[in-house]
Write a protein that binds this ligand. Structure first.
Ligand code: SER
Length: 329
């Protein structure tokens, strides 16, 4: 019987994945863990929650010993823009944290999901239709840790026959919990500002193209990959997955179809722009489509419509985004 442990469960992905997995496998079967208590009542009260610091191997063993999980979704991580301000912390959490979790997975024979990213590519990678297997020489600490993570997961599969699987996520768009210091966060911010102030000042240039995905597609992708028939998986870790690609200008045009008075201007953040410029314009995700049937449901039009509705509701209920992670993860 499935028993799942999620690290980073209070984060942008974790807060929605926990709820989805509890719905699918039963509330008691999904152990949410993080280094901070969830602010959200549904998340906190719908099933088991444990404090868990991935940098402490003894702590991980204790939690595993109590809960006997057979699957781990390891989501605790530092994102790209914060990583550039705290490279030491990014390495510790993204690599040492993953290593500790892989070791626990090896001891307890758990399947492991690891999220990689478009950040695992760099300037020398082909930018258009970025292949599944290609040059990976990222020049951000975030990218360095993601490539190291992909390789570690491959190694544990090959060396210890561990069932490791993973995806290279694009920017993820959601409204429940704010992303914590990524380069692609502008897309989420734009929706909130469009509804609240009808104006947004973007930190990336108007024509910066990046891959994106609406969160329900990302949650489905993780679950489908972990449930896929292992014999079909050639790549296993680090599948390119995408749903849409757009520029800030294109997203603003789409929002303007619903809020005609919305205006965007630009005040470029040099660090974030350099990070975005080193990432693909759009990835080729045909390996994921062929090996486990990946197919996104949301494009820019349908995502924008739903996001505007959901963000309006959210602001009416809560006033602002939940600030679970701001800055320091
Ligand atoms: N959304 C992430 C970031 O911007 C990329 O994986 O850091």
């Amino acid at each position: 019987m499935k028993k799942i442990l999620i690290t980073g469960a209070v984060g942008q992905i974790g807060s929605e994945l926990t709820v989805a997995l509890r719905k699918r496998y039963g509330d008691e079967k999904v152990i949410a863990t993080d280094i901070r208590m969830p602010a959200d009542k549904d998340l906190r009260d719908s099933g088991p929650f444990e404090f868990l610091d991935c940098l402490d191997p003894n702590h991980i063993t204790r939690v595993m010993q109590i809960h006997k999980a057979d699957t781990i979704y390891h989501l605790a991580a530092v994102l790209s823009a914060v990583g550039e301000t705290k490279p030491n912390q990014a390495w510790k959490i993204n690599v040492n944290g993953l290593y500790n979790i892989l070791e626990a997975a090896r001891q307890y024979r758990c399947a492991l999901f690891f999220p990689s990213s478009i950040g695992a590519f760099g300037k020398s990678t082909p930018k258009d239709n970025t292949p599944q297997d290609t040059i990976q020489r990222p020049d951000t600490i975030y990218g360095v840790t993601k490539v190291a993570g992909e390789l570690l997961c491959d190694y544990y599969h090959k060396r210890f026959n561990l069932d490791t699987r993973g995806l290279r996520f694009p920017g993820l768009i959601s409204y429940e919990t704010e992303p914590g210091g990524g380069t692609t966060d502008y897309a989420v911010e734009m929706f909130f500002e469009a509804i609240k102030h009808k104006k947004y000042t973007c930190y990336l240039k108007a024509d910066t193209s990046l891959d994106m995905m609406y969160m329900p597609d990302a949650i489905r992708a993780m679950i489908e990959l972990m449930e896929a028939d292992a014999s079909r998986l050639v790549h296993r870790n680090a599948f390119n997955v995408t749903a849409m690609n757009f520029t800030p200008e294109r997203l603003a045009d789409e929002i303007r179809k619903h809020i005609p008075e919305f205006v965007i201007d630009y005040k470029v953040d040099a660090t974030k722009q350099a990070i975005a410029d080193s990432w693909p314009n759009y990835m080729d995700d045909s390996a994921a489509r062929e090996e486990w049937g990946w197919k996104p449901q949301y494009d820019i039009e349908s995502m924008t419509k739903v996001m505007l509705d959901k963000v309006s509701d959210y602001i009416n209920r809560n006033g602002a985004l939940k600030s679970n992670l701001r800055g320091d993860r």
